[in-house]
Design a protein around this ligand. Structure first.
Ligand code: PLP
Length: 230
């Protein structure tokens, strides 16, 4: 963990950014609750899961351990959300990174209103256009963001992408730069988003330093913190 924090700090220094402008999200899919407790003890406070069911079981198990996790722990859904899991997702997660269609946005908003919650969300964009990747097309990102921002029950926090997997660094950098440009253009046209709608969730174990250099405000790191998944 100290090593990852140091690498984030170095990437911030290279790009003239404050370390405090980047949130490290520990992605804990397949990682057992005991390991999360160790990570919490080491100072990690934000956790990302990619499946609603797994997260629900893990959060329960973590709370059953003693000492219980501090109230300051935040849970983020980083994986794809199926509409029939929207209710549980709204109950569990502080931030949903994966709003990738109007239908998903509406399902989340409806459940949030029902639960009396304002659900924070990011619009997921498929910047690379890779087939099989989730996210709206870049040219649709702003329209979906507008819909999210206007929906009672939802709060737009910004944008998220998954970089091209196994790509050359320049390709990865171009993808992250593209998402930042989408965000910058959208914020320029929507001054109300300047304070709360400008988060950029991008960067994973293999590319989080490039993402930080390109403006990521949240990096989602799994394997580099918790080891390979099997
Ligand atoms: C698994 C996952 C991550 C973390 O990936 P690592 O390569 O383990 O760092 C980040 N974001 C999403 C959406 C994921 O599914």
């Amino acid at each position: 963990m100290a090593d990852i924090r140091r690498r984030i700090a170095q990437a911030c220094a290279r790009s003239g950014r404050e370390v405090s402008s980047v949130t490290l999200i520990g992605v804990t899919k397949t990682v057992p609750p005991e390991r999360l407790r160790e990570a919490i003890a080491a100072g990690l406070t934000v956790f990302g899961e990619n499946r609603v069911q797994e997260a629900a079981a893990k959060i329960r198990a973590l709370h059953a351990l003693r000492p219980a996790p501090p109230a300051t722990i935040r849970w983020h859904l980083v994986g794809t959300l199926q509409r029939n899991k929207a209710c549980q997702a709204v109950e569990l997660f502080d931030l949903i990174h994966s709003v990738d269609s109007l239908a998903v946005a509406e399902a989340v908003a409806r459940q949030a209103r029902r639960l009396g919650k304002c659900q924070s969300a990011l619009v997921q964009v498929n910047v690379t256009g890779e087939a099989g990747q989730h996210g709206v097309r870049p040219e649709e990102a702003e329209a979906l963001a507008e819909a999210v921002a206007a929906m009672p029950g939802l709060a737009l926090w910004g944008f998220m992408t998954i970089g091209p997997l196994g790509a050359a660094p320049e390709t990865t950098r171009a993808a992250f730069r593209r998402l930042r440009q989408i965000r910058d253009d959208a914020v320029a046209r929507h001054p109300a988003w300047r304070d709360a709608g400008r988060e950029l969730s991008m960067g994973m174990s293999d590319d989080f330093e490039i993402a930080v250099e390109e403006g990521a405000t949240m990096v989602r790191v799994g394997r580099a913190l918790f080891g390979e998944r099997w």
